[in-house]
Write a protein that binds this ligand. Sequence first.
Ligand code: SF4
Ligand code: SF4
Length: 141
Amino acid sequence: MTATSSSPSDSAGPVAGNAQLPPEFADLPIVASCTDCGACCSRQGAPPDYVALERNLHFRNDPSFADDAERLDQLPDVARELLQLYLDESAAGTRPTDSACVWLDSESLQCRFYEWRPSTCRVFELNSPGCLIYRRLCGIN
Ligand code: SF4
Ligand code: SF4
């Protein structure tokens, strides 16, 4: 998602500010970068839009998926194999859908194929409500 965008540095979206945030998240600080976080990627299972496209072939007819469909068709082999592994294991019931994204590097907490991340990850904003919700879920301030 998760900036479902754990980024190489601080290249998640612009700071959103927290004026619209639910009060239960008001104590979470505004952060300057995604460094050492990865919370929003830690429960995605796999790049979300590509999973949607693979599971729903008719989405390819939806113009809103055009960019993701084009990227999906050109993925590097390793990225494609990891996506397929997730699809196979989740279909078999052996991988929880809320496990860490298969593209997330567990040591660096960065996306291993950042330049190939799907639309959902591209628009996810640092310090957005979603960012704070994932940080709270993962116990990361
Ligand atoms: S594709 Fe990359 S940015 Fe998106 S959820 Fe997976 S690890 Fe995170
Ligand atoms: S939860 Fe927020 S701070 Fe953490 S990696 Fe995602 S966008 Fe960055």
